[in-house]
Ligand binder design. Sequence first.
Ligand code: ZN
Length: 283
Amino acid sequence: MPSGNLNLLSIDIEEWYLSYDSSQITPAKWPLLESRVEQSTRIFLSLLKKHRQKASFFVLGWVAEHHPGLIREIAEAGHEIGYHSNKHELPANQGPEAFEADLLYGLNLLESITGKRPVQYRAPMFSLCHKSAWAIPLLMKHGIEISSSYKAYQHIIGHNIPNTPFWFEHHGKRLLELPLNRLNLPLLNWVYTGSGYFRLLPKSIIRQLFRSSKYNMAYFHPRDFDTQVPSTPLLPAYRNKMNRIGNSTTAGKLEMLLNDMKFHSLGDGAALLNGDQLKVIGI
Ligand SMILES: [Zn+2]
């Protein structure tokens, strides 16, 4: 870890109606719903531009297909582009063959749009787990150098996922995992760095939590910045409600943090780490 805090900034580029693993609204129905990803992503982009900070954007293949101009705009602004699956299917449900085909499809697609092959990957819902440990060697095989696909304190093949960066090792090759960190208090392991708790907790608590952790993986979705998220009968009532709670506070809270501390995209942040000091988990 660097001597100060390591604050990483990321966003998963997907539409407002995407929920869990896409089982609630199947991809066949996506074109029927209003697209808001461009305008919501631009709110985040303009905050980064104003504060001269960089982030990693984990892009859904489906969004890249439908909005290639947005992806080019993100890359041209100097941010890092990672892959976030084609249609938000969970790797554990896909199995190794479909996962590998999905990965190759997305990496080729993003390379064709930006001219640069992504080396960062985030599983939908930070969902890599013991059932999908086979994904790690496949990510390495296809040139992924940084993954951000686990939540801290999950168990995987006899290990507890650390609350800080660590290496996966497989046949002498390494993959850096930058996990989603959590609050480390008995019975309180909130993910405060993005999404629900970030939108619900007061500014002062968010600032305190970020300041007191040596490692923060801030993560957002475009809808977190959208104060006009529509509702749809295709989603359960609680999900429609969750999609809107606290959204009007997100931009202000992020701006407070951008004023207060330095954030890095995942690649820039990784370059600051002392790799020899990180834990190694063999796969
Ligand atoms: Zn996602």
